[in-house]
Design a protein around this ligand. Sequence first.
Ligand SMILES: Nc1ncnc2c1ncn2[C@@H]1O[C@H](COP(=O)(O)OP(=O)(O)OP(=O)(O)O)[C@@H](O)[C@H]1O
Ligand SMILES: [Mg+2]
Length: 327
Amino acid sequence: MTTAPAIETVGLTKRFGDFTAVDQVSLTIERGEVFGFLGPNGAGKSTTIRCLLDLIRASEGECRIAGLDSRRDAVEIRRHLGFLPSDLALYPNLTGRETLQFLANLRGGVDWAWVDELARRFDAELTKKVGELSSGNRQKVGLIQAFMNRPEVVILDEPITGLDPLVQLEFHDLMREHAAAGNTVFLSSHTLSEVERVADRVGFIRRGRLIAVERMSELQEKALRSVTLEFAEPVPAAAFDGVEGVHTVSADGATVTAQYEGSMGPLLRVATAHDVLSLSSATVDLDEMFLQFYRGEVEEADARAGAPAQAGGASDPAPASSPAERA
Ligand SMILES: Nc1ncnc2c1ncn2[C@@H]1O[C@H](COP(=O)(O)OP(=O)(O)OP(=O)(O)O)[C@@H](O)[C@H]1O
Ligand SMILES: [Mg+2]
């Protein structure tokens, strides 16, 4: 085992014809990290992952896994890697267990007591034919195969989508345990909320460009909160102009909603100059907040891609504009 980063891309670029799906992405992921790779549909998540695994060839740049070159050392890398593709294809006539046995024979080094433990934790149905499983239960077989040889680096393309909440929690625990043992988990997702409890860091890709990488703890620290105040009589939004920590304020008669960061104190002092009837507070959705922080970068990525400016973002639906299958 080397001390090289678990995953490294340098100037990774992938073009399909004259369309750039991944544009100069440079990313370093350390050992022991759970890294969330976020972006809307068509952002370039799967393309980045396919380049990392040498399933497709990068147009420019370098990819390394555990210090090994994705192209040159593709075979050696497989020994250190667990992978779940977004479009997992399994033999429909094999049972879950037969599928895992088949894959274990290819890879070697599988501890069946560990496989049984994973199956139990995920409540996986390994005796049914894969073709007869529900999509969530099929996904569990995919997750088990990704972790079954306790790989140093696990790359998972949208693993959470389709799992029920209890299985999601179990899966979160598994990822944390795996990382705590010094391994690395790289997972893609559409939304921050899906990975916020499990990721150490998140990177946000949009139209092929990596526009932000943030430590989850720092994001949570600067999380905006929202407070709704009911007054005895109408209070104008302007009453909160310039109050420390306050980002946005809207007033609707006697109801005022404000988003703020840090302490609620300054906001409260202004509010209590009026007759406050009630107050309710909530955390602003992290996805929304993330986009507020990176509005400039989002607009720049959109402008570079020659795309019309779009509202929303992390979870906004795909601009179905990409030239399909022009490889
Ligand atoms: N083989 C291909 N030929 C042409 N264009 C492609 C090809 N593969 C991907 N693309 C384009 O590259 C862009 C990025 O696609 P990618 O699959 O990486 O997105 P994604 O972030 O994984 O999205 P999703 O969340 O929908 O899975 C898209 O515009 C897609 O149409
Ligand atoms: Mg994808």
